[in-house]
Ligand binder design. Structure first.
Ligand SMILES: Cc1ncc(COP(=O)(O)O)c(C=O)c1O
Length: 302
């Protein structure tokens, strides 16, 4: 353990613990969970916020004091709000009304301007569809143009991949000494999956990497499962897809809290449900994406 004073909270992003979920597996196999909800914005997306802005500062696409705009389901926006607050960029988060309300409140508290976009008439609150995201994308493009802003563009920016290829993946390899067989992650942008999978496969081509997806178009697993093409996944080696239902994700998130003391959200539940399906294939690594505190307004917690 190195004891030191950080220059800002941005330096506290990453280096999260990897925990063996041996209460959950009850002696049947091994699941290692990367606790990303312990980042300062309570999600793994803090990592990409820092990487995208640092890469953009380095290549000159982000100028000092220039506004930053991004489409978000809340977590990337929270990460960007934190990094923008520390580095002095005004930040505008564009989010669908279908995401939980505490996300918008947290981003506002961190100094962000939050623009909420109405869902399409066929959508339900708490269920953000690909169609809803198209509306948010249109609004984000318009605001970026109007403000002369830098668009963080998490679905395309290489910084999203790099955050996980350079940090999350190598941290897991160091923490586990590379002793695992399978990796699975619920894809939103696919950045975590692609970055970690590339790092793992470079280290050991035998590691099998599975994308976790919802089992229906209308689902409650916020942060992904949009049923659209994911540019960051086009060059990734995907060894398989594991589908999980809302009920399986919810049940797994509740077990994770009760049995392991890990308080996480729907998509982390989806990852754990998938890991439990894969555990017969060997040691599984997966990601605890964000905090259960972000879902207190939903019925994830009875
Ligand atoms: C809660 C949650 N889970 C999972 C994801 C998906 O992560 P990625 O975009 O790296 O695929 C996100 C992305 O926003 C998220 O907010």
């Amino acid at each position: 353990m190195v004891y030191k004073i950080l220059r800002s909270v941005v330096e506290s992003i990453g280096d999260t613990p990897l925990v063996n979920l041996e209460r959950l597996t009850r002696g049947k196999g091994r699941i290692l969970a990367k606790l990303e909800y312990l980042n300062p914005g309570f999600s793994k997306k803090d990592r990409i916020a820092r990487q995208i802005l640092e890469d953009a500062e380095a290549d000159g696409s982000l100028r000092p004091g220039q506004p930053v705009v991004e489409l978000t389901s809340g977590n990337t926006g929270t990460g960007l709000a934190i990094v923008c607050a520390v580095r002095g960029y005004p930040f505008v988060a564009v989010m669908s009304k279908g995401n939980s309300a505490e996300r918008a409140r947290m981003m506002r508290a961190l100094g962000a301007e939050v623009v909420l976009v109405e869902q399409s008439p066929s959508s339900r609150p708490g269920q953000v569809s690909g169609e809803d995201l198209e509306r948010v994308e249109e609004a984000a493009q318009r605001i970026t143009r109007d403000r002369g802003a830098f668009r963080a563009d998490q679905f395309r920016h290489a910084g999203n991949f790099r955050a996980h290829f350079l940090h999350t993946g190598p941290e897991i390899l160091a923490q586990s000494a590379g002793a695992f067989d399978v990796f699975c992650d619920f894809a939103g942008t696919g950045g975590t999956f692609a970055g970690c999978a590339a790092a793992f496969q470079q280290n050991n081509p035998e590691v099998r990497c599975f994308v976790v997806e919802p089992n229906s178009a209308h689902h409650r697993i916020q942060g992904g499962g949009y049923e659209m093409e994911l540019p960051l996944l086009t060059h990734a080696r995907v060894d398989g897809v594991v589908r999980v239902s809302d009920e399986e994700a919810i049940e797994a998130a509740r077990r994770l809290a009760r049995e392991e003391g890990i308080f996480a959200g729907f998509s982390s539940g989806a990852n754990i449900a998938a890991a439990l399906k894969l555990v017969e294939q060997g040691t599984v690594v997966t990601v605890i994406n964000d905090s259960g505190l972000k879902y207190l307004s939903t019925d994830l917690w009875p």
